[in-house]
Design a binder for this molecule. Structure first.
Ligand SMILES: [Zn+2]
Length: 414
């Protein structure tokens, strides 16, 4: 077992010796190469996606993987993983294959207790399936599109899933919810083969989870992670999210990158303990969270617990359960081409733009009944559906931009 300190030093050394960005940075901070140890690490400034974009991706890549024309060398040693880019443009993350497997093993160790192994059949979703169809099967993976256009698409996907009999699902909770919701309308269900559901990629709504649990009888866990480092935490049976300390080192920092007091909310800042091809050292994510290092969880896991306060918007928002009796429903797929909800003349239609993680700007272009306090209505809906901590500011708008995220707000008669 390699110590945490040794893992740090390995990544730090590779960053210094092989990537232009960290080489420059470390030369500016230190004149002594012997100083390159785990203690030195805390002197590094934080960076984020914007730094990579401004400085240029190649400056973050180890020279060992580039040819003399600064192109990625072809070969079996490395792999490219692409970030989802829901809230921005996707970014390529380069991994050495060995590093990748020593990082991802932390996921398999967790899944093992549900009887899930790397060869288990699973379903996942993507906006665009590579073959351009509604779903694609490659080996033990079935990928379906999250662009659920119509009831035919939903039936087709559910037919394929029933035949495929997945053992587990690796999926956003809103996508699974939406598939089940529309599946029920066409009288279709999920197969009983599912033994485990791993939620990922977006905040977990308590309402969605409960809805899913009533229809798929399998244990589930919320995995919080990013493509840059892989898993950051897994949720235990007591619903606490324990850090994967063998995979990442996590700090909570303020806007300027200074570490803040334990227990207070700030930005999640990760250091990947494995990636030497594209070292991720003090990388600030856009998620807001706090960490409790001393919490004693009844599950027995002594790793610190992270509580995510705000993160990216779920892919789908169908907040229209008449049983919750709030008086309003919101239908807001983050992808524009969703055609499942027919707009009514009285609906309030809007575009929304995420301006920070816990704040959205809403551009209401049609408000036929001059409804006041739209912010409050939506904030309350979010609380009821278990997606708290997000605020909205409403702006009137004469134009509707179909290329942006959009939704409708609908009055429900109680
Ligand atoms: Zn626990």
């Amino acid at each position: 077992m390699v110590s945490l300190k040794a893992q740090f030093e390995r990544v730090l050394k590779s960053a210094y010796e092989t990537t232009p960005y960290f080489n420059n940075l470390i030369n500016e901070i230190s004149e002594d190469e012997d100083e390159l140890n785990a203690d030195f690490f805390s002197k590094l400034p934080v960076f984020d996606k914007g730094t990579i974009r401004r400085t240029g991706w190649l400056n973050f890549i180890s020279g060992e993987y580039l040819d003399s024309d600064y192109r990625l060398k072809k070969g079996p040693r490395a792999r490219i993983e692409t970030t989802s880019g829901t809230t921005g443009t996707p970014m390529k993350i380069l991994w050495n294959n060995n590093d990748y497997f020593s990082s991802i093993i932390n996921h398999w160790k967790f899944r093992e207790k549900f009887g899930i192994t790397p060869s288990s059949r699973y379903c996942t979703s993507l906006k665009h399936v590579p073959n351009g169809e509604a779903y694609q099967i490659e080996g033990n993976k079935l990928t379906f599109t999250s662009m659920l256009y119509s009831s035919e698409t939903v039936s087709g996907i559910l037919d394929a899933i029933n035949e495929f009999k997945p053992e587990w699902l690796f999926i956003q909770n809103s996508v699974l919810f939406t598939l089940l919701y529309w599946g029920e309308k066409v009288g279709m269900r999920f197969p009983e083969s599912v033994k485990y559901i791993e939620y990922m990629g977006e905040p977990l709504s308590g309402y969605y989870r409960k809805y899913i649990e009533k229809r798929i009888y399998a244990p589930s866990s919320n995995m919080y992670g990013c493509t840059e480092t892989n898993g950051i935490s897994y949720e235990c049976t007591y619903h606490n999210n324990h850090l994967l300390t063998d995979n990442v080192f996590v700090e909570i920092v303020d806007e300027n990158g200074s570490e803040i007091k334990e227990g207070e909310d700030g930005f999640v800042c990760v250091t990947g303990l494995h990636n030497t091809a594209m070292p991720i050292l003090r990388y600030r994510l856009n998620d807001i969270a706090h960490i409790d290092k001393t919490f004693v969880c009844p599950c027995g896991n002594r790793n610190p617990v992270i509580t995510i306060k705000a993160a990216r918007m779920p892919e789908f928002l169908i907040l229209g359960d008449p049983e919750l009796c709030y008086g309003w429903a919101m239908y807001a797929p983050a992808n524009k081409e969703i055609k499942l909800i027919k707009e009514l003349p009285e609906d309030i239609a809007f575009n929304f733009i995420m301006d920070s993680l816990d704040h959205y700007d809403l551009y209401v272009y049609k408000n036929p009944n001059r409804v006041e306090n739209i912010e409050r209505i939506i904030e309350d809906l979010f609380i009821i559906y278990g997606l708290p901590n997000i605020k909205f500011t409403v702006h009137e708008s004469d134009e509707y931009d179909p290329s942006k995220m959009s939704g409708i707000l609908r009055k429900i008669d109680l």
